[in-house]
Design a protein around this ligand. Sequence first.
Ligand code: G6P
Ligand code: ZN
Length: 544
Amino acid sequence: MSIKTISTQPFTDQKPGTSGLRKQVRAFQQPHYLENFIQSIFDSLEDFQGKTLVLGGDGRYYNRQAIQTILKIAAANGVGRTLVGQGGILSTPAASCVIRKNNAFGGIVLSASHNPGGPEGDFGVKYNVSNGGPAPEKVTSAIFDRSKTIDRYKILEAADLNLDQLGSFKLGDMSVEVINSVSDYAELMESLFDFNVIRDYLTSGQFRMCMDSLHAVTGPYAKELFETRLGATAGTVQNGVPLEDFGGGHPDPNLVYAHDLVEILYGDNGPDFGAASDGDGDRNMILGNHFFVTPSDSLAVLAANATLVPGYKDGLAGIARSMPTSEAPDRVAEKLGIDCYETPTGWKFFGNLLDAGKATLCGEESFGTGSNHVREKDGLWAVLFWLNILAVKKQSVEEIVREHWQTYGRNYYSRHDYEGVDTEPANTLMKNLRSLVSTLQGKQYGNYEVKYADDFSYTDPIDGSVATKQGIRIGFTDGSRIVFRLSGTGTQGATLRVYLERYEPDSKAHHQDPQEALAPLIQLADEIAQIRSLTGRDKPTVIT
Ligand code: G6P
Ligand code: ZN
């Protein structure tokens, strides 16, 4: 086996976005495209020779080929040992867990998360650092800088390894360990949650759940946890076999894309609890019988009930939420007398707060919830957290959430997405808003008076790094908010996200449909941003 140095030319579009380098599969299939990016990762790192790397992905199309290539580049660059999930499978939170447990210098996770897969779908490469979390900005920009000047990569000439077989192999001087994709993660879950209480509840005959893995990575994890270890009936996990194209579906756990699950929970004689997760297993959606829990409320409920769960019984150090996430968690933090941090969109911004012990629970409106147990959001962790609370309280999901609103007030919340908009009008819309914000304070729109308006910027309290232009926030004197930002995860055109929130303290007014409760704000958002005239769309493509 010999190490080859291959000359190459830079690609100009290898800038990692909100969550790694995400492109259409076709882009990754261009000669040298993947190789350049992986070599750029190694070239921008120091001090990894002889150390451990973690490698795995969500099993989507191109996962297997990419892993073989990455192994050979890692071996040629002097990595000491690579831990690979069996069959190339590691969910994003499991990868984070394995990095931490094995003191790896980092990990490469292959996924385009909730984006569709298959030859016509998307693929992605994320680099995670030694704390198990997504690489911070300074690391991703160093990778991008290197990708712009790269002129060679190193690769070992060797046969492909059989990744379906557990065990240790040699690839040049590097050892490769094919590990069970599930067991480290399942063990961590057992250390956090009361599996006995959950098992008793799941086998009591009084409570039924349904988990939809959407043919994505969580299938084997969910079967092991819910069916094998917790005794839920066989078939509790549906769509549990990971497929390269996710069965043609869109592996995004929301009311639109997880419609099979929604029909089951809203149908006759449906189960008490339903959950789904995304392509790489870091997102979650929580449903009760005929009841949807918004991700923002979910974070707030988990925080309010955390001491019922063994792993969090001593209470929380703090909570962190992304800026567009509703302020429901802030109200819980206030009552608990702990800090609530507001960060830009993107899980990487929670890393420092978690490492410094300032936050215990984190969450985002984009169906992400997690804690300091790993450094990624964690779909099945959230499901287990809910299960633990349900098993202790023996109330329905709806009762728990309604009681929560009674105590804290309700933050009506909705996100309107305009997907696949042309880039130019989308940029114009944001540019117009940016020049408008400084003039909005004190302005009256019907009953709404603008309290503040800005383009969100964040100074990390731990390392002082600053992130600017993170989205337009318009806050009103009654606690309502409208937020506008462009998605950082799409691969075609632009996606405009409009986040709408209204605070309602009066429990007699907690029964409205969010779209109705938010109707005046929805109209106002259009008036301020000129969404319809600029995008040519008369309604959003997805409402969650
Ligand atoms: C990924 C990240 C999340 C982030 C989300 C935002 O899922 O892991 O941390 O909240 O993207 O996506 P967007 O499309 O709104 O930029
Ligand atoms: Zn994901």
